[in-house]
Design a protein around this ligand. Sequence first.
Ligand SMILES: CC(C)(COP(=O)(O)OP(=O)(O)OC[C@H]1O[C@@H](n2cnc3c(N)ncnc32)[C@H](O)[C@@H]1OP(=O)(O)O)[C@@H](O)C(=O)NCCC(=O)NCCS
Length: 149
Amino acid sequence: MDDPSVSVRHGTSNDAAAVADLAAQLAQSFPFSRTRFDASYASLLDMEHACLLLAVDGDTALGYLLGFEHATFYANGPVAVVAEILVHAECRGRGIGRTLMEAFERWAASQRCGLVALATRRAAPFYVALGYEESAIHLRKVLREPAER
Ligand SMILES: CC(C)(COP(=O)(O)OP(=O)(O)OC[C@H]1O[C@@H](n2cnc3c(N)ncnc32)[C@H](O)[C@@H]1OP(=O)(O)O)[C@@H](O)C(=O)NCCC(=O)NCCS
């Protein structure tokens, strides 16, 4: 990325409000709940298998990526999965998403992951531009409606 004022770092407990603002913009399938976000946020920071990255310009969060690594048999070891990525609408097209993905790939490599995978409905051209290839379809079954969880 050309903009030297933008950097990527790991999220901390001080970033909860900023990440919540961004995550609320990503939520589509389920209504965003700040109460449920707060319940998840602290435990996510404590998970050694989780990686929360923020793209920041000074004190301003411009985007985030949440990913995980987990063990597999099929890849002969751990793989990494991007669960969520969002760049603030006014900041898109400046290379911030790419920078977040590259930072996640470095984290995944440091965890000895053999690949990075993800599911997408809206952003396939972004991932293709970063060298990702289509390899599967993504299916899901909703087990409980948000109000019941
Ligand atoms: C997808 C998203 C994270 C991309 O972030 P971004 O900062 O705009 O992406 P970048 O500027 O880093 O783009 C990187 C490359 O992807 C390409 N790209 C990005 N979005 C694209 C799109 N919608 N269609 C085609 N190419 C796209 C860019 O042209 C660029 O290619 P280049 O480096 O060869 O010029 C951002 O658009 C976003 O937050 N979207 C809404 C949330 C979302 O859909 N998240 C993904 C859920 S799976």
